[in-house]
Design a protein around this ligand. Structure first.
Ligand code: HEC
Length: 152
């Protein structure tokens, strides 16, 4: 067996290098869809919709902090979503780093809730600050942080 010198062009090496891509919010949303459904319309009385109220929350600093903490600390109502009371329990969503949480919340508020480009994307830095600010809260305390939305 003769060994041949293997000459690999640089372009091939670069193409084969693992790409550090940003986390995919739509892919991460699949775990949320188990309860909130792929459309985000939720299940009446059980899982609230991630639609107009979530869109409104994304436009308020307190609302954005609440959205981050719902994911990182969980949520145990009563909360009101689109005029209906929910007394459920959303478990804290583990295994997501700040970038992944930013990606999924950007997907939820922009695409699932239909905020489109009108919604400011979440950044990892914003998620980190919100997560740290509420690190000692339990799910019931996060529910009490839900900002009141102006009546429609
Ligand atoms: C195991 C089911 C389950 C999963 C998985 C889940 N949720 Fe929830 N979610 C709930 C329940 C139940 C509530 C309502 C909690 C209550 O009644 O206090 C809720 C509430 C929420 C709210 C509050 C909405 C509002 O208008 O105040 C947001 C935001 C939310 N979930 C986002 C997410 C995101 C994002 C994910 C995925 C990262 C996710 N949820 C995964 C069950 C789930």
């Amino acid at each position: 067996m003769r060994h041949r010198l293997l000459v690999v062009p640089l372009s091939v090496l670069l193409a084969a290098a693992p790409v550090q891509s940003a986390p995919d919010g739509a892919k991460i949303y699949q775990r949320c869809a188990a309860c909130h459904l792929a459309t985000g319309k939720g299940v009446p009385g059980a899982f609230p919709p991630l639609q107009s109220d979530v869109r409104a929350l994304a436009g308020m600093p307190d609302g954005r902090r609440y959205l981050v903490l719902a994911v990182t600390r969980g949520l145990a109502g009563p909360i009101t979503v689109e005029g209906k009371t929910y007394r459920g329990m959303m478990p804290a969503q583990g295994g997501l780093d700040d970038e992944s949480i930013a990606a999924v919340l950007t997907h939820v508020t922009g695409t699932i809730a239909g905020g489109g480009k009108g919604v400011k994307a979440f950044t990892a830095a914003e998620v980190k600050a919100a997560r740290e600010s509420g690190a000692t809260l339990d799910a019931a305390a996060v529910a009490r942080l839900q900002p009141k939305l102006p009546a429609k």
